[in-house]
Write a protein that binds this ligand. Structure first.
Ligand SMILES: Cc1cc2nc3c(=O)[nH]c(=O)nc-3n(C[C@H](O)[C@H](O)[C@H](O)COP(=O)(O)OP(=O)(O)OC[C@H]3O[C@@H](n4cnc5c(N)ncnc54)[C@H](O)[C@@H]3O)c2cc1C
Length: 381
């Protein structure tokens, strides 16, 4: 007689899924929420490898932003006006959807504004402000404004740098946002299987067979009518045909700083550096461009050279009396590609892919959920 790994009850109630979502970050949960909001009777299950998400969504900087001046200028040059505009609109729409969905939850949203210090090497971006404002004027009026250095007394600027602001930009408490989204998903009946890593997929008579590693039971096979893959940078491990580049982002947060003046988000150097206040602390991250090869990794960890550089340039941009004490340093993994457009599509094997957020998932996630619902509708899934 053979002992089955599964009980009768487990086999009957847990192994056959309607819609499986792989990855429980902000995108996976937003996709689950959009599907369940649209079709409350359908069963939606998120399969997440960590006990809490383990990628970028709980490890980011919490900018609720659409793009800084020099970043948009670079996007315009690489992607052209139509694509760059579409991306800005999708970020704006995505954030609107998320804030509306979570309006009765505390996500720590603060309307403190977004700023950019434009270095002299990128000063020609200033000539593109009118062009960009015109591109987005039907959804954000007067998006970018040129300011005087004295408008932000907490920042340190030299006379070759420019200061601009991005309107409608705010910040969230990343932890509260993710907990709120989780609570919202639970409230509408989304189910979660956590601590189980998906190993691979197989198309199986109109269903997808999902091979999962349960830390206690070992290998399990779940079957789903539809499966949406929301594993961002880690997608390539599961689906090597999806081309994207992982990018590690490193962050530090200081201890509270007495007399800290700066409030809001600060972007520097096409978004490669980002700084914000968290109460009286400063969160500062970036520097991936200092060592692209080493940071093109799915491994969480710190690069001492980059962390040292972050320590150095903190005082370059902030008017502080002394080097602040650092509380925690950490990293998270993002997904990039040739351009910044996310990958959202139905594949021939029946899998739906929603990945490659290019470091802007907080804003995009709400819109990605709606785009996936559109794929279900168009294909009668
Ligand atoms: C340091 C840093 C700062 C950032 N700052 C900002 C910011 O200020 N504003 C902004 O908009 N964006 C920011 N981002 C980017 C943003 O965090 C991401 O775009 C967003 O979190 C992507 O969400 P996601 O759900 O697609 O991916 P993830 O959060 O990476 O979620 C993917 C999930 O899939 C799970 N998973 C992976 N493989 C498997 C598997 N085989 N089986 C089961 N589960 C699996 C992972 O554990 C993970 O939880 C930042 C990112 C980093 C790293």
């Amino acid at each position: 007689m053979q002992h089955s790994g599964l009980s009768y009850w487990e086999r009957e109630s847990f192994m056959d899924l309607d819609i499986a979502i792989v990855g429980g970050g902000i995108v996976g949960m937003s996709v689950a929420a959009s599907i369940k909001d649209r079709w409350p009777q359908r069963q939606v299950t998120i399969i997440e490898r960590g006990c809490i998400p383990y990628g970028a969504s709980t490890r980011n900087a919490g900018f609720a932003c659409f793009g800084s001046l020099t970043e948009i200028v670079s996007d315009l040059d690489i992607m052209g006006a139509d694509q760059a505009r579409k991306l800005l609109f999708n970020r704006w729409l995505g954030l609107k959807i998320t804030r509306e969905r979570l309006k009765s939850y505390d996500i720590g949203y603060e309307d403190l504004g977004g700023f950019e210090i434009v270095e002299s090497s990128l000063a020609n971006s200033i000539d593109r402000i009118a062009e960009i404002n015109e591109l987005v004027e039907d959804f954000i009026l007067d998006y970018i404004q040129l300011l005087k250095a004295t408008d932000q007394p907490g920042l340190r600027l030299n006379d070759k740098q420019h200061l601009v602001s991005m309107s409608q930009e705010g910040q969230v408490d990343t932890g509260k946002l993710l907990k709120a989204l989780h609570a919202y998903c639970i409230s509408i009946g989304v189910e979660f299987i956590c601590g189980s890593k998906v190993k691979n997929f197989e198309a199986l008579h109109g269903k997808t067979s999902i091979h999962v590693k349960d830390p206690i039971r070992g290998d399990l096979e779940l079957k789903a009518l539809q499966c949406v893959v929301c594993t961002n940078a880690f997608t390539q491990k599961l689906l090597p045909n999806i081309k994207l580049n992982p990018g590690r982002g490193q962050v530090l947060i200081t201890e509270p700083i007495d007399g800290l003046q700066f409030r809001g988000n600060l972007h520097i150097d096409e978004g490669f550096y980002y700084m914000r206040n968290v109460g009286d602390r400063i969160l500062f991250g970036g520097g991936r461009n200092l060592d692209f090869d080493a940071e093109n990794t799915m491994k969480l960890g710190l690069n001492n050279d980059i962390q040292h550089q972050l320590d150095q340039i903190l005082l370059k941009y902030l008017r502080l009396e002394e080097q602040p004490k650092i509380d925690i340093r950490w990293s998270g993994i993002m997904a990039f590609g040739k351009n910044k457009m996310p990958i959202v599509r139905l594949q021939e094997d029946g899998l739906i892919i929603a990945t490659k957020m290019s470091g802007m998932g907080i804003a995009l996630a709400g819109q990605i959920g709606e785009e996936v619902v559109g794929i279900f509708e168009e294909n009668n899934l």
